[in-house]
Design a protein around this ligand. Sequence first.
Ligand code: NAD
Length: 425
Amino acid sequence: MTEVTLEVQGVAATNPYRTAQRQFDQAADLLQLDPGLRAILRQVRREFTVNFPVRMDDNRIRMFTGYRVQHNLTRGPAKGGIRFHPEVSLDEVKALSMWMTWKCALTGLPYGGAKGGVICDPATLSVHELENLTRRFTSEMTVLIGPDSDIPAPDVNTNSQVMAWIMDTISMQRGYSVPATVTGKPLEIGGSEGRPAATGRGVMTVTMEACQRLQIAPEEATVAIQGFGNVGSVSADLMHQRGFRIVAVSDVFGGIYQPQGLDVPALLEHQRRTGRVAGFPGATAVSNAALLELPATILIPAALENQLTIHNAARVQARLIIEAANGPTTPEADEVFLQRGVTLIPDILANAGGVTVSYFEWVQDIQSFFWEEAEINDRLIRIMRRAYQQMEELATEHRTTLRMGAYCLAVKRVADATAVRGIYP
Ligand code: NAD
């Protein structure tokens, strides 16, 4: 068995793959994981890079680069979203794929982990160009994706329309409809009730669980949320309905702050009309950086990686951090929160609601038998609560943080599956 290098030398502290590997190393140490299993799980299994042309509206041809990475396939097909963003990188996609593996194992879903991304700024593309880009990228990925092998879903800057184009492209190539090839689709083509709100519902569920344990009453809690897309806006809406006071939110254009609490339904309407949260009547403008340090009981990063770092962790005032985004906290910031007694609910649990209902969607597509929303929400909440409790038990057993509790559970499940399958050939 090979020796594993524990430190990634010379890699920036904000490299998400470094963060993912450090978190894994910490869990592997706690579990005293067999060195061979450790070497296997510490790396991604397959990384696919494609450079592909897209014909733009002015008839010019532009080249784009996209990635699909499968970290692990031991417990089932690979599962993970596709992101369109100018700062997508291979290391980011590798990290996100690894986090997907742990997330699926933690929630007990029969999947491995994957992620995809295309380096692009969708805000500068027409709908037609975005469709061309999506279809060509999908076509390039056909060697990988399918209901039994790898099932994409929405992530940053992708939505149900993008999933519909993916499903249609694969279906055209096969000659028949393959709805189970992607999740987060529109209802008309095999999407699931409850999927658009699933990640936010999961965030709300784990927040309620954490508040109960910390004896924080929702009516007395103030909440700051960074990112107001699929995850952030639904979380805000559902938590507002449960009585939490949402005092600050932001998006890529900037944030707003209202200490007495924002009228979230009116804010959602404002965002629909103007395309941003800034300019909401009665609220004060606040930067994305300042939002993280506002006096709020609960902080929910719901945008991108590396928002909570060694540079700002000491100034975060929240008692409770819910990682709705993937990888928002660096390992150095984790250490600061641990020392300061800030409770942090890790991403692999906090945002697992999305993949959980994606799993329900895939199951429904395969069976061609569709469930009602109440049943979906009920099953989702049960899975989130069970995973929360198991995470907590492992954290207590290993005398560690909730993140490491979640990791110990997830890594052990994947390690056990790997060991029992054996090494081929
Ligand atoms: P989205 O594209 O719907 O929304 C992203 C939001 O973040 C937008 O409001 C955008 O304006 C904002 N944003 C982008 N860059 C920012 C910046 N630099 N500073 C502040 N805000 C910024 O994406 P989403 O689906 O809501 O995903 C958000 C996070 O949640 C990501 O980390 C994603 O991986 C994670 N996540 C999403 C899902 C899902 O089901 N969509 C599931 C699990 C995890």
